[in-house]
Write a protein that binds this ligand. Structure first.
Ligand code: M6R
Length: 613
């Protein structure tokens, strides 16, 4: 759960690799941000210089004046601690005994303890608690035994168990960066007179739009004018694997908003529109619907927000396509995958396409013969590459740790798929299906309208909620699913404890906590013909115990009584209601975070992509 980047450049092209590294690393800060470091091979001397510390990249760069150094090649790392506390010593890069080799790594070396013991016995001196340090010493050990660096890399990788994206510099080869990948993401950015390796695309975008996704099991090196990749000791031809990235640089920056989270909430009308256009022109929807139709059992999985999108899919599979399904949290895959078989399908949802639990769930189902459909926002990421069919959302890069625009684009794609299936299995006729898809194509406009109507109310509400330590978020039907996502957003960015329940369940325990002015948010979603009376009952129950009652509802719930605060999101049908109800709740979470002085883009203890089990 870290970010790595490495740059090597011809000194005559007038670029500063040190500055490219700093800028590139800052764009990976969303992957972890408890410590960071740089290893530079100094111009003329090729001396290895290492600068690292705990804390934010910006401070480390200023403290060591990293940009001022002249270097031809360098690697850098931003860390989310897994092995060893976030300290200067544990920050990457990690070096060997002679200080000529430096390594940055994202992932976990599972067998590091036994490797360390073996290397210590051979006389290697370790200074950190990390799993990564075994890599620099192993590489050194093979060099000491007469292997050339590429062979040393091959031998090193052979001994590693676990997940990794690794970049290595060696002072005797100042124009080269070695790399290796297993599970953790790694790309190469191709430049004119320079090349870059990185965990993710935003860090290379200011310099190049041409990238190659490094595949599992591949190793190699980059030089300013050369790229070498091999798999199982055989050279790989990469020329046909170059992709051209169309995301603008501005798209991966804040675009004038104070935070990425706000920018990404506001971008939803556009990205929903782009996603719907993509869906209607993409034959993967049809293929995925056929697979669902031909499968006896439908499983759905994801983590965090992606799991919540899975719940919405399960709801619509049942409501629109009359198909039962089982949606589970991906980290629970070990026991759940035992019932998978060749007539099952797993729908794996992951915006990053790299969440390790979801990837492992996919592999466990696949091993038992299940078909895999994935929903992802990142082309070429691990989960899509291991799927039978992938439906891509078109949310663009999401930098804020809290998932916002990726959530709504996921629900859009999944609802679209449920409608497609309903048309194939005759749960709805072709005309009804077209009508529903047309309704979905208005999702972007529904978001804009809802944000316009609700923003002012949400701001006032945030002011009054910011002093509370606990909030319940309750709903019925689709409303309870929206509540799960709303509670996650509130707690992760504002650190106010928010908990979601189906409203009917609140009487079975949670209501015990309710006392004077305890805030309870109700999500009132269509169809009101089914839920109005029951929600009214739940509101009364809470009110009579002193709760402050807040409703985020469609206009048809305006007549609810005993409501202290009503946020009217406008009218919407059942399949479009999520686009009216979710954005004001995301905005509420954002406003609470800002009012409480939290950084909504980088909540404490969290990382954007969780690549460790
Ligand atoms: O990249 P993924 O969709 O697989 O990520 C899954 C979760 O880590 C993610 O949705 C997380 O819960 C959100 N950042 C929360 O806002």
């Amino acid at each position: 759960m870290c970010g790595i980047v490495g740059v090597t450049a011809d000194p005559d092209i007038g670029r500063s690799p040190a500055s490219m590294l700093v800028d590139g690393l800052q764009r990976l800060e969303y992957r972890g941000y408890d410590s960071a470091g740089f290893a530079l091979l100094e111009c003329n001397t090729s001396r290895l210089l290492v600068f690292k510390d705990k804390g934010k990249i910006k401070h480390i760069v200023e403290k060591y004046r990293v940009r001022d150094y002249c270097c031809v090649t360098g690697i850098a790392h931003t860390r989310w601690a897994t092995h060893g506390a976030p300290t200067r010593i544990n920050a990457h890069p990690h070096t060997d005994c002679t200080n000529t080799i430096a390594v940055v790594h994202n992932g976990i070396i599972k067998n590091f303890a036994s490797l360390k013991e073996y290397l210590v016995e051979k006389g290697h001196r370790f200074i950190s608690d990390t799993d990564t340090e075994v890599v620099s010493h192993l590489f050194e050990d093979f060099i000491n035994h007469g292997y050339n660096p590429l062979d040393a890399l091959r031998k090193t990788v052979e001994m590693l168990e676990g997940t990794y994206a690794i970049a290595i510099v060696y002072a005797r080869e100042p124009h080269r960066i070695y790399f290796a990948r297993n599970v953790s993401p790694l790309i190469i950015g191709l430049g004119e007179g320079f090349n870059i390796v990185s965990s993710d695309i935003p860090s290379v975008l200011p310099y190049t739009r041409r990238i190659i996704v490094v595949r599992d099991g591949e190793i190699g090196y980059i030089e300013p004018y050369r790229i070498y990749i091999e798999h199982n000791n055989k050279q790989v031809s990469w020329q046909s694997r170059i992709s051209y990235i169309t995301w603008s640089l501005e798209e991966s920056e804040k675009g004038g908003y104070p935070h990425y989270m706000l920018k990404e909430i506001m971008e939803q009308p556009r990205v929903l529109q782009e996603t719907i256009i993509g869906l209607s022109t993409d034959d993967s929807i049809q293929k995925a619907a056929e697979i669902l139709n031909n499968s006896s059992y439908i499983f759905i999985t994801g983590a965090g927000t992606s799991f919540h999108a899975g719940l919405v899919f399960s709801y619509f599979l049942s409501r629109i396509a009359s198909r039962p399904s089982h949606c589970f949290i991906s980290s629970e895959y070990e026991t759940l995958s035992t019932s998978a078989s060749p007539d099952s399908v797993l729908v794996a949802i992951s915006q990053s396409g790299e969440t390790i639990d979801t990837l492992m769930a996919l592999r466990a189902f696949r091993e038992r013969g299940a078909k895999i459909i994935s929903i992802s926002n990142v082309v070429g990421s691990s989960i899509p590459r291991e799927s039978d069919v992938t439906i891509y959302t078109r949310a663009g890069p999401e930098i804020g740790v809290a998932a916002t625009k990726t959530y709504l684009t996921q629900t859009l794609a999944l609802t679209y798929l449920a409608i497609e299936l309903a048309a194939i299995n005759n749960s709805v006729n072709a005309m009804e299906a077209k009508k529903m898809q047309a309704e979905l194509s208005r999702a972007g406009r529904i978001v804009s309208r809802s944000l316009d109507r609700a923003s002012k109310n949400v701001e006032l509400l945030a002011e009054s909620l910011k002093r509370h330590r606990n909030i319940y978020v309750l709903g019925r039907g689709l409303g309870s699913l929206i509540a799960y996502e709303a509670a996650l957003k509130i707690k992760e960015v504002s650190y106010i404890h928010a908990e979601a329940y189906p409203a009917g369940e609140s009487k079975h325990g949670p209501i015990a906590l309710v006392e004077d002015r305890f805030p309870v948010i109700f999500i009132a979603s269509p169809p009101s013909s089914i839920y109005f009376e029951k929600l009214q009952g739940n509101i009364m129950e809470m009110k009579s115990r002193g709760a402050s009652t807040i409703v985020f509802g469609t206009t048809s719930y305006r007549n609810l009584v005993n409501v202290d605060y009503f946020v009217d999101v406008g009218e919407a049908s059942e399949i479009a209601a999520i686009y009216a109800l979710t954005p004001p709740l995301q905005l509420l979470a954002y406003k609470l975070a800002v009012l409480l002085g939290r950084d909504p883009d980088k909540p404490r203890n969290l990382a954007k992509t969780v690549t460790v089990e």
